[in-house]
Design a protein. Structure first.
Length: 187
Protein backbone atom coordinates (compact mmCIF):
# COMPACT_ATOMS: atom_id res chain seq x y z
CA UNK A 1 0.00 0.00 0.00
CA UNK A 2 1.03 3.60 -0.43
CA UNK A 3 1.00 4.26 3.33
CA UNK A 4 3.55 1.53 4.00
CA UNK A 5 5.84 2.85 1.26
CA UNK A 6 5.71 6.38 2.64
CA UNK A 7 5.13 9.66 0.94
CA UNK A 8 7.73 11.53 -1.06
CA UNK A 9 6.98 15.20 -0.52
CA UNK A 10 7.66 16.13 -4.11
CA UNK A 11 10.08 16.22 -6.96
CA UNK A 12 12.35 18.54 -4.98
CA UNK A 13 13.50 17.87 -1.43
CA UNK A 14 12.25 20.86 0.55
CA UNK A 15 14.88 20.20 3.20
CA UNK A 16 17.65 21.34 0.85
CA UNK A 17 16.25 24.88 0.60
CA UNK A 18 13.81 25.47 3.46
CA UNK A 19 15.39 23.67 6.43
CA UNK A 20 17.98 26.10 7.79
CA UNK A 21 18.97 25.04 11.33
CA UNK A 22 21.71 27.69 11.51
CA UNK A 23 19.34 30.57 10.70
CA UNK A 24 19.25 33.25 13.39
CA UNK A 25 15.79 34.76 13.70
CA UNK A 26 15.40 38.52 13.38
CA UNK A 27 13.22 40.85 15.43
CA UNK A 28 11.34 41.58 12.21
CA UNK A 29 10.54 37.93 11.40
CA UNK A 30 7.07 36.53 11.92
CA UNK A 31 7.66 33.34 13.91
CA UNK A 32 5.28 30.38 13.81
CA UNK A 33 5.32 27.14 15.76
CA UNK A 34 3.52 24.27 14.01
CA UNK A 35 2.76 20.86 15.48
CA UNK A 36 3.45 18.47 12.62
CA UNK A 37 2.75 14.77 12.25
CA UNK A 38 4.58 13.57 9.14
CA UNK A 39 3.30 10.76 6.96
CA UNK A 40 5.21 7.47 7.38
CA UNK A 41 8.62 7.71 5.75
CA UNK A 42 8.79 11.52 5.82
CA UNK A 43 11.59 12.74 8.11
CA UNK A 44 10.63 15.52 10.55
CA UNK A 45 13.09 17.97 8.96
CA UNK A 46 11.50 17.40 5.55
CA UNK A 47 8.02 17.88 7.05
CA UNK A 48 9.04 21.14 8.74
CA UNK A 49 10.77 22.34 5.58
CA UNK A 50 7.67 21.45 3.55
CA UNK A 51 5.52 23.60 5.87
CA UNK A 52 7.97 26.52 5.48
CA UNK A 53 8.04 26.08 1.71
CA UNK A 54 4.33 25.59 1.05
CA UNK A 55 3.38 28.51 3.30
CA UNK A 56 5.81 30.88 1.58
CA UNK A 57 7.56 30.59 -1.80
CA UNK A 58 7.86 26.85 -2.40
CA UNK A 59 6.13 24.44 -4.66
CA UNK A 60 6.63 20.73 -5.20
CA UNK A 61 8.46 21.15 -8.52
CA UNK A 62 10.68 23.64 -10.30
CA UNK A 63 8.75 26.34 -12.13
CA UNK A 64 10.15 28.83 -14.62
CA UNK A 65 9.00 31.80 -12.53
CA UNK A 66 11.44 30.85 -9.74
CA UNK A 67 14.10 32.77 -11.65
CA UNK A 68 12.12 36.01 -11.71
CA UNK A 69 12.66 36.90 -8.06
CA UNK A 70 14.98 36.25 -5.15
CA UNK A 71 13.28 33.35 -3.41
CA UNK A 72 15.90 33.50 -0.66
CA UNK A 73 14.62 36.95 0.30
CA UNK A 74 10.99 35.85 0.64
CA UNK A 75 11.12 32.21 1.70
CA UNK A 76 9.99 30.84 5.03
CA UNK A 77 12.68 28.98 6.94
CA UNK A 78 12.21 26.00 9.23
CA UNK A 79 14.99 26.78 11.68
CA UNK A 80 14.28 24.26 14.45
CA UNK A 81 12.45 20.96 14.95
CA UNK A 82 11.85 19.30 18.29
CA UNK A 83 9.85 16.22 19.26
CA UNK A 84 6.66 16.71 21.28
CA UNK A 85 7.19 15.05 24.65
CA UNK A 86 5.00 11.99 25.12
CA UNK A 87 3.65 12.05 21.55
CA UNK A 88 4.93 9.56 19.01
CA UNK A 89 5.85 11.00 15.59
CA UNK A 90 4.79 14.55 16.51
CA UNK A 91 7.14 17.50 16.29
CA UNK A 92 7.12 21.25 16.75
CA UNK A 93 8.47 22.89 13.61
CA UNK A 94 9.58 26.48 14.11
CA UNK A 95 9.29 28.61 10.98
CA UNK A 96 10.51 32.18 10.41
CA UNK A 97 8.92 34.34 7.72
CA UNK A 98 10.48 37.59 6.49
CA UNK A 99 8.20 40.63 6.62
CA UNK A 100 8.82 41.27 2.91
CA UNK A 101 6.64 38.24 2.22
CA UNK A 102 3.52 40.01 3.52
CA UNK A 103 1.42 43.01 2.57
CA UNK A 104 1.52 45.75 5.19
CA UNK A 105 -1.66 46.14 7.21
CA UNK A 106 -3.28 42.95 5.93
CA UNK A 107 -4.11 40.31 8.51
CA UNK A 108 -5.89 38.41 5.74
CA UNK A 109 -2.77 38.27 3.57
CA UNK A 110 -0.63 37.11 6.49
CA UNK A 111 -2.96 34.32 7.60
CA UNK A 112 -3.75 33.21 4.05
CA UNK A 113 -0.03 32.72 3.48
CA UNK A 114 0.82 31.08 6.78
CA UNK A 115 -2.24 28.87 7.29
CA UNK A 116 -3.64 28.64 3.77
CA UNK A 117 -3.33 25.54 1.61
CA UNK A 118 -0.50 24.05 3.69
CA UNK A 119 -3.08 22.31 5.91
CA UNK A 120 -4.08 20.05 3.03
CA UNK A 121 -0.50 19.08 2.25
CA UNK A 122 -0.16 15.33 1.70
CA UNK A 123 3.31 14.97 3.26
CA UNK A 124 1.68 15.59 6.63
CA UNK A 125 -0.75 13.38 8.48
CA UNK A 126 -1.69 16.32 10.72
CA UNK A 127 -0.75 19.98 11.17
CA UNK A 128 -1.73 22.60 13.74
CA UNK A 129 -0.55 26.15 14.28
CA UNK A 130 0.42 26.26 17.97
CA UNK A 131 1.86 29.76 18.32
CA UNK A 132 2.54 32.90 16.30
CA UNK A 133 4.73 35.89 17.08
CA UNK A 134 4.00 39.01 15.08
CA UNK A 135 6.70 41.68 15.39
CA UNK A 136 5.67 45.08 16.69
CA UNK A 137 6.86 46.75 13.49
CA UNK A 138 4.31 44.71 11.51
CA UNK A 139 1.52 45.05 14.08
CA UNK A 140 1.81 48.83 13.79
CA UNK A 141 0.83 48.62 10.11
CA UNK A 142 -2.65 47.39 11.03
CA UNK A 143 -4.96 50.38 11.15
CA UNK A 144 -7.63 48.75 13.26
CA UNK A 145 -11.25 49.83 13.21
CA UNK A 146 -12.02 53.44 12.28
CA UNK A 147 -13.59 53.93 15.72
CA UNK A 148 -13.50 52.17 19.07
CA UNK A 149 -15.51 49.40 20.66
CA UNK A 150 -17.79 51.84 22.44
CA UNK A 151 -19.14 53.15 19.11
CA UNK A 152 -19.88 49.56 18.03
CA UNK A 153 -21.66 48.83 21.31
CA UNK A 154 -23.69 52.02 20.97
CA UNK A 155 -24.71 51.12 17.38
CA UNK A 156 -25.79 47.62 18.44
CA UNK A 157 -27.11 48.64 21.84
CA UNK A 158 -25.20 45.69 23.33
CA UNK A 159 -23.28 46.13 26.57
CA UNK A 160 -21.77 43.91 29.25
CA UNK A 161 -21.02 40.95 27.00
CA UNK A 162 -18.51 39.98 24.34
CA UNK A 163 -19.15 40.87 20.71
CA UNK A 164 -18.22 38.01 18.40
CA UNK A 165 -17.86 37.84 14.65
CA UNK A 166 -18.80 34.59 12.99
CA UNK A 167 -20.18 32.98 9.87
CA UNK A 168 -23.86 32.10 9.92
CA UNK A 169 -24.33 28.39 9.21
CA UNK A 170 -25.35 27.13 6.84
CA UNK A 171 -23.53 29.86 4.93
CA UNK A 172 -25.35 28.89 1.73
CA UNK A 173 -28.93 27.86 1.13
CA UNK A 174 -30.86 30.12 3.52
CA UNK A 175 -33.45 32.45 2.06
CA UNK A 176 -32.85 36.17 2.59
CA UNK A 177 -35.61 36.18 5.20
CA UNK A 178 -34.13 33.26 7.17
CA UNK A 179 -30.60 34.63 6.85
CA UNK A 180 -31.79 37.95 8.26
CA UNK A 181 -33.57 36.12 11.07
CA UNK A 182 -30.37 34.22 11.97
CA UNK A 183 -28.36 37.46 12.01
CA UNK A 184 -31.00 39.15 14.15
CA UNK A 185 -30.91 36.28 16.66
CA UNK A 186 -27.12 36.63 16.91
CA UNK A 187 -27.43 40.28 17.83
Amino acid sequence: TKASVGFKAGVKDYKLTYYTPHYETKDTDILAAFRVTPQPGVPPEEAGAAVAAESSTGTWTTVWTDGLTSLDRYKGRCYHIEPVAGEENQYIAYVAYPLDLFEEGSVTNMFTSIVGNVFGFKALRALRLEDLRIPTSYSKTFQGPPHGIQVERDKLNKYGRPLLGCTIKPKLGLSAKNYGRAVYECL
